[in-house]
Design a binder for this molecule. Structure first.
Ligand SMILES: [Zn+2]
Ligand SMILES: [Zn+2]
Length: 295
């Protein structure tokens, strides 16, 4: 018997559900979005008007002025034309998209074809980034790219928060004394650059060790596509992904306060994920783990 075109029983439930963005409090800002392996990854920080990946056409990402695209797989980049078109249509001003250099030419060709379909010229900017390059978001925040290790060229990103504080030698002084020093031209403040969030995008686990600041970020948003023996670590690596077992093994070396697991495969439902994580994460590390439920 052949199945009817309306028979969706063979499709994984997560593919049929309408994604509900979830938020994650990152101390100094809020992150909203979803990440489901092979299906969609779209993240947004409203306060900074920046987005990470655009794999699904969420209206909430139209507020982004700058996007940081990790790589060109459709579940991370398919919504780029939609966002450009919608922003043009609504006079929201052109967005800029940072991405691996190799992605710019093909994506630009796609946009040119779509412009010819719509008989409309879009405004957008595609800009290349390489490992260790910084992009200033505002005086308090910047984003730094790092090399990821996927099956196609890929980057990950770390957000830095620049916090002004008193130099240690002036701590404990009275306000009047500080005013006096400043009047004399003494610089009493220093700016500390704190990595607050690293986002792996899709990558094998070795992205963590390229620069110390990657794993030292307070929140490490890390892809954990596979979490049990339905796929082995070798299979995860073959596809340029991470298995939970690798993260657990690397734990003693990871400095991040919170490890946020995302991009978990649609072969696991929420209940299974929570059960597996409870069983596999050692008790002394449980507090450090967050399962990002936006999928
Ligand atoms: Zn992916
Ligand atoms: Zn990918």
């Amino acid at each position: 018997m052949t199945s009817s075109i309306n028979d969706t029983s063979a499709i994984k439930p997560k593919l049929l559900s309408v994604p509900t963005p979830k938020s994650l409090h990152l101390d100094v800002c809020e992150l909203i979005g979803v990440s489901l392996a092979g299906v969609r990854t779209s993240l947004y920080i409203p306060e900074l008007k920046i987005g990470f990946d655009a794999g699904f056409p969420f209206p909430f990402q139209l507020g982004c002025e700058t996007f940081f695209i990790t790589h060109g797989h459709l579940d991370h980049a398919a919504a780029i034309p939609y966002i450009i078109s919608q922003k043009n249509l609504n006079n929201l001003g052109p967005a800029q998209f940072y991405m691996p250099e190799e992605l710019i030419k093909p994506l630009d060709e796609i946009m040119k074809i779509w412009q010819s379909i719509e008989l409309h010229n879009y405004q957008y900017r595609f800009l290349p980034l390489i490992d260790d390059q910084k992009i200033i978001v505002n005086p308090q925040f910047y984003v730094r790219a790092f090399q990821a290790h996927h099956r196609i060229p890929a980057l990950g990103y770390t957000i830095f928060y620049c916090k002004k504080s008193l130099k240690p030698e002036y701590e404990g002084l009275q306000k009047e004394q500080l005013v006096h020093l400043k009047k004399d031209g003494t610089i009493v403040d220093q700016v500390i650059e704190i990595p607050i969030m690293s986002f792996s995008g899709d990558s094998k686990i070795e992205f963590l060790w390229k620069h110390n600041w990657i794993h030292q970020a307070k929140f490490l948003l890390i892809e954990s596509t596979y979490i049990d023996d339905r796929k082995t670590t070798d299979q995860a690596r073959e596809w340029g992904h991470i298995h939970l077992d690798e993260i657990l093994e690397a734990l003693p070396r990871i400095a991040a306060e919170k490890i946020v697991l995302m991009h978990i495969s649609s072969r696991y439902n929420d209940h299974q994920i929570k059960t597996i994580l409870k069983a596999k994460i050692p008790d002394e590390y449980k507090e450090r783990f967050v399962y990002f439920e936006g999928r």
